[in-house]
Design a binder for this molecule. Structure first.
Ligand code: NAD
Ligand code: AHE
Ligand code: ZN
Length: 370
C-alpha cells in the first residue's frame, strides 16, 4: 500500500512529508493505522545526528496510538479493529530478559530493531522509487501506517482518545514508571527532578502519586514553573539564578540531600549534579535522559563509596504489553492527568513545527493527529 509519512532523509535536516510504499505484515507482524503520535526529545536527538544508532533515511516517531488494520500469519493476540500503542520496548514474555524479574528490556528483537529493520532483517517501508527507508525504534509512528511485530503492540481500552494516550507510548510511562518501577519511591520521600519537560513532568506526577513529601524541580527555563506546580512540584530551582554551587544549594534545600533524584535532561553535567545532590548513605539517582554519542558521566567514586547509587531506566521499567493497558486505564479513571501536557496539536504537514517548538522551549508535548 501507499501511505504518508514524515521521512528523516539525513541528520540535521527537517523531516520531509511524502508518500511512501509500505509492504503488508509478514509472519508475526501487524499493520497499524497510526491515529496520533507525540514528538519526544529522543526523536529530536536522533534527527540531530547525536544518536550513535541513528540511521537514515528513516521514519522516526515512537510515541503513537492507532488501530490494527491487518494481521500477518501466526498473530494470535490481536485482530483488526483493536486499539493499540506501539512499544519500542517490546514484551515477548519468553526471552531471558522477559523471564528475569529485574528488567523490562526484552531483547528478542533488539538487534534488528537497532538496525532499523523488522525481525526478518528487511524493511517494510520504501520510497516510491524503491529505495528502502528504515524503521525507527521498531515503531515509525511518523507514518500514517506502519508495521510492527505483534510483541511490540499493547492492546488498550478502545474508548481512550488517541491524541492523549499516544503519550503513554513513551513520556507518561517513562516518567511515572521511573518513580514506581525503577526507584520504587516510598511515601514521605524527598526528590529532585532535573528537567521539567515531557518526561520530567511525568516524574513529578509519579512522585505525587507515590506520596513524596518534597518534590524539587530544577530547570533552566522558569516558564516551566506553572505546569510543574500543577503536577505536584513543591520547590523550584533555576540553576542560572543560584549564586553559589548548585549541588550545595540543593543539598541544603532537601535537608541533607534527596532520597531520590532524576535526570530528565540528557546532559551529563546535570547527571553528575543529580547524583551528588542525592543523600549521603542512601540517596539514589536515576538517569532517564539520553546523552549524545561520545558523552560520558563522571563523579568522584567517593560519592558512591559514601552510599549514593547511580541507576538508569528505559521506558520507566515498564513491561509494555502488561503495563501500558493499565496506564491507559489509569488515565480513563482520572488517576493520572495527561491533557494539560499536550500543549500543541499539529497536522503531519506541520510536524517540523513540533521540533521548532521543542527547541524554543515553548511546548511540553506536540502531538501530530493524522
Ligand atoms: P524536553 O525537551 O521536553 O525537556 C527537557 C527539559 O530539560 C526542558 O524543560 C529543558 O529546559 C530542561 N533542561 C535542559 N538543559 C537543562 C539543564 N542544564 N538543567 C536543567 N534543565 C535543563 O525533553 P523530554 O521529552 O522531556 O526528554 C527528556 C530526556 O529524556 C531526553 O534526553 C530524552 O531523550 C530522554 N528520554 C529518555 C527515555 C528513557 O526511556 N530513558 C524516554 C523518553 C525520553
Ligand atoms: N540509541 C541511543 C540510546 C537511546 C536510548 O537510550 N533509548 C531509550 C529510550 S528513549 C525513548 O525516548 C531506550 O529504551 N534505551 C534502551 C534500548 O535498548 O535502546 C544510543 O545511545 O545508542
Ligand atoms: Zn521517547
Amino acid at each position: 500500500m501507499r501511505t504518508r509519512a514524515a521521512v528523516a532523509l539525513e541528520a540535521g535536516k527537517p523531516l520531509e512529508v511524502m508518500e511512501v510504499n509500505l509492504d503488508g505484515p509478514k509472519e508475526g507482524e501487524v499493520l497499524v493505522e497510526i491515529k496520533a503520535t507525540g514528538i519526544c526529545h529522543t526523536d529530536e536527538f536522533t534527527l540531530s545526528g547525536a544518536d550513535p544508532e541513528g540511521l537514515f533515511p528513516a521514519i522516526l516517531g515512537h510515541e503513537g496510538a492507532g488501530v490494527v488494520l491487518e494481521v500477518g500469519p501466526g498473530v494470535t493476540s490481536l485482530k483488526p479493529g483493536d486499539h493499540v500503542i506501539p512499544l519500542y520496548t517490546p514484551e515477548c514474555r519468553e526471552c531471558e530478559y522477559c523471564l528475569h524479574p529485574k528488567t523490562n528490556l526484552c531483547q528478542s528483537i533488539r538487534t534488528t530493531q537497532g538496525k532499523g529493520v523488522m525481525p526478518d532483517g528487511t524493511s517494510r517501508f520504501s520510497m516510491l522509487d524503491g529505495t528502502p527507508i528504515l524503521h525507527y525504534m521498531g515503531c515509525s509512528t511518523f507514518s500514517n501506517h506502519t508495521v510492527l511485530p505483534e510483541i511490540a503492540l499493547a492492546k488498550v481500552n478502545p474508548a481512550a482518545p488517541f491524541d492523549k494516550i499516544c503519550y503513554i507510548g513513551c513520556g507518561v510511562t517513562t516518567g511515572i514508571g521511573a518513580v514506581i518501577n525503577t526507584a520504587k519511591v516510598e511515601i514521605g520521600s524527598r526528590a529532585i527532578v532535573f528537567g521539567l519537560g515531557g518526561i520530567g513532568l511525568n516524574v513529578i506526577q509519579g512522585l505525587r502519586m507515590a506520596g513524596a513529601d518534597q518534590i524539587v524541580g530544577v530547570d533552566i527555563n522558569s516558564d516551566k514553573i506553572p505546569m510543574a506546580k500543577h503536577f505536584g512540584m513543591t520547590d523550584f530551582v533555576n540553576p542560572s539564578e543560584v549564586s553559589g554551587d548548585l549541588v550545595a544549594h540543593l543539598v541544603d534545600l532537601t535537608g541533607g540531600g534527596a532520597d531520590y533524584t532524576f535526570d530528565a535532561t540528557g546532559n551529563v553535567q546535570v547527571m553528575r549534579a543529580a547524583l551528588e545532590s542525592a543523600h549521603k548513605g542512601w540517596g539514589e539517582s536515576i538517569i532517564i535522559g539520553v546523552a549524545p554519542a561520545g558523552a560520558e558521566i563522571s563523579t568522584r567514586p567517593f560519592q558512591l563509596v559514601t552510599g549514593r547509587s547511580w541507576r538508569g531506566t528505559a521506558f520507566g521499567g515498564a513491561r509494555g504489553r502488561t503495563d501500558v493497558p493499565k496506564i491507559v486505564d489509569w488515565y480513563m479513571e482520572g488517576k493520572i492527568e495527561i491533557d494539560p501536557m499536550i500543549t500543541h496539536i499539529l497536522s503531519l504537514d506541520d510536524i517540523n513545527k513540533g521540533f521548532d517548538l521543542m527547541h524554543a522551549g515553548e511546548s511540553i508535548r506536540s502531538v501530530v493527529v493524522y
